[in-house]
Design a binder for this molecule. Structure first.
Ligand code: HEC
Length: 176
């Protein structure tokens, strides 16, 4: 059995490593474009945005969906994709089907929320969203260079739902 001293020494080494990684990698650059997410990821549902006549389509990587438990923080290595999509319009009005918008073909961009151990360590406590990092990609898969501050700030109050706005509830519904 390891002595307490040995355990503490191991812990200190581990902590130093995580801090070094976090400081070097904070920001949207550490998130890669999720290639083929439309076919590979689990599509969890659509949110109709009546304020700007678009749809937000929510996806999650299948490994995280399989491991996710309702009411519990999402697993390490979770990638949530929020796809901004056009809707079908007729005579300047949204086409409706069963009270819902009908998705169009044009993807406007994707927002990503990704959880990895070590992410977030470089952020101050009042900004940090646990181990989550954020990025936004345009329709050509080009990462928007803007820092993640606005994403972190708006998602921060959602801590009780692991910093998500809809994923927490949608996962609970789908896994009932
Ligand atoms: C002003 C507040 C606000 C800001 C800023 C913001 N979000 Fe969100 N986010 C939301 C809301 C509200 C939702 C729920 C979906 C919707 O209504 O469009 C959401 C949902 C999401 C989701 C779906 C998963 C979930 O349930 O949380 C992702 C992924 C996401 N946002 C990424 C981002 C990224 C990346 C940025 C920064 C580029 C960002 N968000 C900035 C408010 C915000």
């Amino acid at each position: 059995m390891k002595t307490m001293k040995q355990l503490l020494a191991a812990g200190a080494l581990l902590g130093a490593g995580v801090l070094a990684i976090g400081a070097a990698t904070a920001g949207p650059e550490q998130i890669d474009y999720p290639t083929a997410y439309q076919s590979r990821y689990v599509w969890m549902g659509d949110i109709d945005r009546h304020d700007n006549n678009t749809i937000r389509r929510l996806y999650i990587n299948p490994e995280a969906f399989a491991a996710a438990k309702p009411g519990q923080p999402l697993p390490d290595n979770t990638t949530l994709v929020l796809e901004m999509r056009s809707i079908q319009m007729a005579d300047g009005k949204p086409v409706m089907k069963d009270g819902r918008f009908v998705p169009g073909d044009a993807v406007v961009g994707i927002g990503i929320q990704q959880k990895k151990r070590g992410f977030g360590t470089a952020y101050a406590a009042n900004l940090r969203n646990g181990d989550w990092e954020y990025a936004f990609f345009d329709i050509n898969g080009v990462r928007r260079a803007t820092p993640s501050q606005s994403c972190l700030t708006c998602h921060k109050p959602r801590e009780a739902e692991d910093f998500t706005f809809v994923a927490w509830r949608v996962i609970a519904d789908l896994k009932k």
